[in-house]
Design a protein around this ligand. Structure first.
Ligand SMILES: *Cc1c(COP(=O)(O)O)cnc(C)c1O
Length: 241
């Protein structure tokens, strides 16, 4: 039997830690959205979280989200994992926002599908700041090629902002797995810096959202300006995957 997980206590603790981190950075905790990540978590547990006042939830696979989300329609659903182009049509039916736009071709497919259903989809652009081959996202590693990568990324952004059925709201990243959360800080700082550059160059988009920070590093992410944190294990316990 799985051990009992006290979602209420976990949630209270996470909210306290979020508020403390916000205060350390002189920020209002209310401007930070907690997205509870429910991959591999049963709908009954998600229902408990909804009863405790959580509204925003994240899933990383369309296949799993496809059966789970219709059972929990009262929540706001965020797609946070890599989205294959052949799953876009389904994803648009169940998700309210997509954090993981990681290529121009994916953006174009979302635009095409959204136009058919007359929707305008809120999205974030996912950026790979570590250069790790296992990570998705537009590549922006701090290497010698940095300048080139940035120009390439900016040219993609320019095209994406022309797609009417996408509403670009900001950026998303995943920091590398590190031994200590402090080591993730430079990646969060870089995402914020990139957001400032994009704001200047492309003022037609809002760029207000920074989706960054997970169970192991959300406090550092909030100190560096996260507006959305995506937290699974600290709320629902370790996943059995
Ligand atoms: C699983 C996942 C999370 C949450 O991870 P935890 O370590 O459980 O907090 C956040 N973002 C993405 C993209 C994920 O896949």
């Amino acid at each position: 039997m799985p051990e009992e997980i006290d979602i209420a206590a976990n949630l209270e603790r996470v909210r306290e830690r979020m508020a403390d981190a916000a205060r350390r950075a002189d920020r209002n905790p209310e401007e930070i959205t907690l997205v509870a990540v429910t991959k591999a978590i049963e709908p009954a547990m998600v229902k408990q979280a909804i009863a405790l006042g959580l509204r925003d939830f994240g899933e990383n696979r369309v296949q799993e989200a496809e059966w789970k989300i219709p059972l929990l329609p009262e929540a706001t659903w965020h797609m946070i994992g890599h989205l294959q182009r052949n799953k876009v049509k389904k994803a648009l039916l169940i998700f309210d926002m997509i954090h993981s736009v990681d290529s121009l071709r994916l953006a174009q497919e979302i635009d095409r599908r959204a136009s058919r259903i007359g929707a305008r989809v809120p999205v974030l652009l996912e950026v790979n700041l570590s250069g790790e081959a296992t990570k998705y996202g537009f590549r922006m590693a701090p290497r010698v090629t940095r300048g080139e990568e940035k120009e390439t990324f900016f040219s993609y952004v320019e095209e994406i902002l022309r797609l009417y059925h996408l509403e670009v709201r900001g950026l998303m990243t995943m920091a590398p797995l590190v031994a200590h959360p402090e080591e993730a800080r430079p990646y969060f700082q870089r995402l914020r810096g990139l957001r400032e550059e994009l704001r200047e160059r492309f003022p037609q988009a809002s760029w207000e959202e920074l989706s960054m920070g997970m169970t192991d590093d959300f406090e550092v992410a909030i100190e560096e300006g996260a507006t959305m944190v995506r937290i699974g294990r600290a709320i629902f316990g370790e996943r059995r995957e």
